[in-house]
Design a protein around this ligand. Sequence first.
Ligand code: LLP
Length: 419
Amino acid sequence: MHAPHAFDTDLLAELARRHGTPLYVYDAGTIRSQVERLRAAARYPPSSGALGRGFDRIRFAQKANSSHAILRLLVETGVALDAVSAGEIQRALAVGVAPGEITFCADVLDAGALEVLAGAAVTVVAGSRDMLPQLARVQPGAKLWLRVNPGYGAGGHAKVTTGGEHSKHGIWHTELGAAVQQARHLGLEVTGLHIHVGSGFGAEDFQASAHALVEGARCVGPSLSSISAGGGLPVPYRDDEPEFDLAAHARAFAHAREQIELDLRRPIAMEVEPGRFLVAQSGVLLTTVQATKFQGREYYALVDAGFHTLVRPAMYAAFHRIEPLVKRPGATRPTWVAGPLCETGDVLSSDGARPAARPLSPLEVGDLLLVRDVGAYGSSMASRYNSQPLPAEVLIDQGRPRLIRARETFADLMRQERE
Ligand code: LLP
């Protein structure tokens, strides 16, 4: 169940005045406590023996939120970083992470990645066999991981399902053995196996993933020393949604690791790679009501945040709680919360399946609204569509707010453009 948000209403109002809206505001304490919750569950069960060992390492999938200050905060808690592009590797290096501590999980090695990998010994997690000869050229003799696609996927939406035939991700499970041979012929060594079948999965899905790791480990054979359970741990976006069973998840992979250790007769290190779980609930998006109107019988509140600042409702029909910062008295009314973009699909109030009106207390122009749980895949997926400058971001740590990204100016928008 949901804890009330950690923010002070007056402080949020003051931040909106100081920095303007739309504005992302994050709470550092929430991020730290999610790390702690996962760490505690990862130790499950706290007995001795192989099953007393859950995950050895938490690695943050920075695609969820790659803002420098957020990455630094997570690294300070002892969390490792994953990158999926040359830019994300540069971000990890910029917060002071050693190259050997960064993983680069991708299905392609583009020119930018090849250049960065030639100069920095980042560990590649390869999702396509064509990456192997390319990697051998820039990192001769490298140790690498393979990402397996076990032939099935899971997840809250087709677009975030990352396994099966309709996903481009990973090396198809029947080709894993051939990929290991190919790597060997190229002078590379496969030391890790990674799986991630989707975001927002259920209990059966991670049981199946754990089993697929055991199967995959047999294909990789004795060079294997590490496995990753991937990310995908869901968070409750609705008031009535239950919390994810972290202990059951840790237990499934603890069993898998134990089996792999028995099969290969060697100790295996194990990682988990969440994005959303660590940061989603830490962030809110503050937005101002710019206009209200009836379109026939339908009532609209038009705000200054839209799919340029939170694409999840438009892209995945994702549900985010929306509430006025200060509730006006009066009956609630079904309200479409829509953004400023010149596009009908620019609606924040999805019901989880489609754009929809949401019961909200009375609103007036100038009121502030709070869109909840935007810490993951909010700012990291923001765009400049309609030439909207990217918003500012503020991190509140122990009650003290700090600007961690300045709002872009109109000059920033056109900076790289030429006559
Ligand atoms: N590891 C790998 C290899 C991944 O592909 C992903 C997510 C993660 C970890 C982290 O997944 P998480 O723990 O955050 O669920 N933009 C979508 C989510 C796309 C996730 C893609 N891969 C959304 O807003 O829901």
